[in-house]
Design a binder for this molecule. Sequence first.
Ligand code: PLP
Length: 438
Amino acid sequence: MNQVAPQHDPRRLIPRTDALLALPEVAAARRRLSADTVVERVRAIQERARRGELPPQEVAAAVIADLTRARASAQTPVLNATGVVVHTNLGRAPLSRAAVSAMVDAAGYVDVELDLESGVRGKRGARTRSALLAACPAAGDALAVNNGAAALVLATTALAAGREVVVSRGELIEIGAGFRLPDLIASTGARLREVGTTNRTHLSDYADAIGPDTGCLLKVHPSNFTVSGFTSAAPVSELAQVARDRGVPLVVDVGSGLLAPDRTLPDEPDAATMLNDGADLVTASGDKLLGGPQAGLVLGRADLVQRLSRHPLARAVRIDKLALAALEATVAGPTAPVVEYLHADPERLRARAQALAAAVDGTVVEHDGRVGGGGAPGVPLPGYAVRLPESIAARLRTGTPSVLPRVHDGFTLIDLRCVPEADDSRLAEAVRAAMRAD
Ligand SMILES: *Cc1c(COP(=O)(O)O)cnc(C)c1O
């Protein structure tokens, strides 16, 4: 029915692949992209023209537009205007400049396992270990692995594979995206011995469960929810006493990665306090409240940390050299962005919000930031936001720079807590552009 005589088929007008590849802009893209990637993108645009989605005479321009923008990695930097400090969907902690520069240095050949003085093999991660021990003197030894889940599973596997991990029913948590700690622990062959109830677990529940088959006691910080009302949990100091009396190690998963107490988050457990209270091992994430790269930390008794590092599973959860470098720089370097944002001065936030509101014709409103995926559920971080029409949110996200605001109650809210102050003017420009298109 819709047959077109071949000589009139507009598809014959689609430029040939070799002609498109010869365009100077396309040739220039070869400095950023592989030959296969360039050809694939060119073909995809030709294909759109064949399907009738693009007039043949616009193919060359579309190819140029596409390849001028294309980069080898398409991850887009985002200004986080949500007020959520550890934003899971934005990659958790943004790295400090010191950590970024350490990562760049580590990207090439680097002395990660070499002693440059002697020229012989050095211990991987030795400097990161020293930095962790200096920052958390309560720990006898430290080990960094791939992430928090790996730290926990390495601890329970090395201490309790084929044996029992005694844990409270109130702490059998799901950490997000369907991953459940009990499944994780059981996956490597330790058996969970659940004690107590969802809301109350007593010291005696643990004590009664300890037997010849006990590999370790585990206490998990329920970092993403709170239970209130008729609740009871055994404090680490008392649990540690039971563990010591019965000769079984106590592992505490604090999750957030605080190495020392933070007054802003009084209910958030930290590694130093847990170790001083008698925990034998503490596990934590590197990219939550510590503010570093994705990593898992194991801190505590030297003999146990050694046991973990010698376990075969340690190799499978090994931290990469980039994260090792960034972790060292986070711990030894200047205050990490996460820590700064957490403690942002509300008056400063108000002044910045007022300046932005004036520039974009918005309204300053009080707005609580959040810790986010890092922990401290429900703890408000008092601050301010600029209120704007809801309709601009999508354009903010897809603009340049990309801005992620909070959309709430029919408004777009721009909270500057997690935006570096140096980016305030870029942000204002992005908002103005999104408003103009409204
Ligand atoms: C976040 C968290 C984990 C998992 O850490 P990842 O670094 O995401 O692997 C484990 N336990 C607790 C208590 C956590 O909060």
